[in-house]
Design a protein around this ligand. Structure first.
Ligand SMILES: [Zn+2]
Length: 176
């Protein structure tokens, strides 16, 4: 008895370059200071959140670094007004798509139709992706606000959410 466990395929021995991965997976940044969401993306998030009312909505935000470029709504299989759980097949589809496009999961979003604007105790307990920010979308004065948090090992850290107006890249044409 005793002795080291001799596993021929110890997962820990997998180095940084993983030959089974067709593309280099773009991991979330170490310490993003903000989340940048293009206006169109924010509108898509809000539209999803409103379409799920009165239930909580949830999904992934894919992108690069702190920049969100893809909104991936995922079904909340609890269909609850105070809890969410992403449908496993939706999660898998979302992650596959992000990997295929070389994007990272910048954040996970969900809504708090009845507040609070921050994370709930359950959110903290169930945070499953410490490298991704948690974006909470809550209703406020007839509109919606987004607050984002990093829940790494250690204290929860709120980061800035910036909604960009999307004018970047718009060809100068008939306007102005
Ligand atoms: Zn929550």
């Amino acid at each position: 008895m005793g002795g080291a466990v001799k596993s021929p395929a110890c997962p820990r021995s997998r180095g940084r370059s993983n030959p089974s991965s067709p593309r280099q997976y773009n991991h979330a940044p170490m310490c993003p200071e903000r989340l940048r969401i293009p206006l169109e993306g924010w509108k898509a998030i809000v539209a999803h959140v409103e379409s799920c009312l009165p239930e909580e909505a949830c999904g992934f935000l894919g992108g690069t670094g702190e920049d969100v470029s893809v909104i991936l709504p995922i079904e909340n299989i609890l269909h609850s007004q105070v809890r969410f759980q992403m449908a496993p097949e939706g999660q898998l589809r979302g992650m596959t798509r992000l990997e295929r496009e070389g994007l990272s999961m910048v954040a996970i979003y969900h809504s708090h139709p009845k507040g609070p604007s921050g994370l709930s105790g359950t959110d903290l307990k169930e945070a499953a992706y410490p490298e991704s920010a948690l974006l909470v979308v809550s209703s406020s004065d007839g509109g919606w606000v987004g607050r984002a948090f990093m829940v790494e090992a250690g204290p929860v850290r709120e980061i800035e959410v910036r909604i960009d107006d999307g004018t970047v890249g718009t060809p100068s044409g008939d306007s102005v």
